[in-house]
Write a protein that binds this ligand. Structure first.
Ligand code: FES
Length: 292
C-alpha cells in the first residue's frame, strides 16, 4: 500500500467515500433539492452561471474568514472588550444562508455522476452545520457574559470549520467537483479526421474522439457543428442529450449550450463548451480547434 494511503486521515476519507450506508439519506435529500431547485433562473443564480464561475467557493471564503478571524482574536488577544470577535461571529453566521444554499444546490448535482462525491458532500455539510451550531452557541455565551465558554465554543467551532473545509477541498481538488471538465483536452490544432460524412444524420448528435478529445458532431441546416462532448459542468456526454434547433441540452442537469459556438444558454454550467471548426472533404468530416 502506498505511504500516502496508510495515513489515518486518508484511510478515513476512503472509508467515507465508500460508506454506502449514507446513500439512503443522501439520495432522498438530493432528490428533494433537485425537485425544489430545477433548471432555470434560480439554479443559474445559485450555480454562478451569471458569474462565469461557481459561486459557492467564494461564499465559503467569507464564512471561514469572518469566523476564523474571531477565533484568532480570542487566541492571540488584541480585542480587549470582546466586541470585535462578537461582531465577526455575527457577520460570519449571517453569511451562512447563501453559502448553504449554493453548496446544497451544487452538491445535488453529484447525481448521477458520482456517489463518492455525494457521500463526502454529506459529511462536508455535517461538519459545517456543527461549526454553525458551535459558533452560534459561542455568540450566545458571549452575549450572556460567559466569555470563557464563548471562546472555548468558538475554538471548537473553528475545528469543525477546518474539517468542513478539508472535505470541501477534497471534493474540489481530489474528486474534481467544480473545475471546467473540458480544460485538459482542448482538441487538435490542425485539421483532423473525425468521422465519415455518411455517418452523420441531420439533427442526430454523434460522439467521436479526435486527438484524445471527445467531440460532439451535429449536422444542422447550415453545415456540421462540433463542440466538446464532455459537459463543462460535471462531465456528462452532451451527445446523450436533447437537440432543439441550435441548442443541445445536457441529459444530466439540464445545462444548455449553443452548438455553433458552445456558449451557455442555461446553467448550472458556468463555462462554455469549447467549439471547433468543422469541414467536410472527400466524404470525411474534419475538425480543428478554433483560433483564440
Ligand atoms: S453534467 Fe451537469 S448539466 Fe451537464
Amino acid at each position: 500500500m502506498p505511504e500516502t494511503e496508510r495515513r489515518p486521515h486518508v484511510r478515513a476519507l476512503q472509508a467515507l467515500e465508500n460508506a454506502d450506508a449514507l446513500d439512503g439519506a443522501g439520495k432522498a435529500i438530493g432528490k428533494s433539492v433537485r425537485n425544489g431547485i430545477g433548471p432555470g433562473a434560480l439554479k443559474d443564480a445559485l450555480s454562478g452561471t451569471w458569474l462565469g464561475h461557481a459561486l459557492h467557493p467564494l461564499l465559503t471564503d467569507l464564512v471561514i474568514s469572518f469566523l476564523v478571524s474571531a477565533t484568532v482574536l480570542d487566541v492571540i488577544g488584541g480585542d480587549r472588550d470582546g466586541k470585535a470577535a462578537e461582531r465577526l461571529i455575527a457577520v460570519g453566521l449571517a453569511s451562512y444562508p447563501p453559502t448553504v444554499l449554493t453548496g446544497t444546490s451544487d452538491w445535488a448535482d453529484s447525481e448521477p455522476v458520482d456517489p463518492h462525491v455525494r457521500r463526502v458532500g454529506l459529511a462536508h455539510a455535517a461538519a459545517n452545520t456543527a461549526a454553525l451550531g458551535l459558533y452560534s452557541a459561542s455568540l450566545m455565551s458571549r452575549r450572556g457574559g460567559h466569555t470563557a465558554r464563548g471562546k472555548a465554543l468558538g475554538l471548537a467551532g473553528s475545528g469543525a470549520l477546518a474539517a468542513g473545509g478539508y472535505l470541501g477541498a477534497h471534493m474540489a481538488f481530489a474528486q474534481g467537483v467544480g473545475p471546467n471538465q473540458t480544460t485538459y483536452d482542448p482538441g487538435p490544432t490542425d485539421w483532423t479526421d473525425a468521422a465519415d460524412s455518411g455517418e452523420l444524420a441531420i439533427g442526430a448528435p454523434k460522439a467521436v474522439v479526435v486527438a484524445d478529445t471527445p467531440v460532439m458532431l451535429l449536422r444542422h441546416g447550415d453545415g456540421v457543428h462540433a463542440i466538446h462532448d464532455r459537459c463543462s459542468h460535471r462531465g456528462c456526454s452532451l451527445s446523450d442529450g436533447t437537440v432543439d434547433g441550435e441548442v443541445v441540452e445536457c441529459a444530466c442537469h439540464g445545462s444548455r449550450f449553443r452548438v455553433d459556438d458552445g456558449s451557455v444558454q442555461r446553467g448550472p454550467a458556468t463555462q462554455a463548451q469549447p467549439s471547433f471548426e468543422a469541414r467536410e472533404s472527400d466524404g470525411r468530416i474534419q475538425v480543428r480547434r478554433r483560433a483564440p
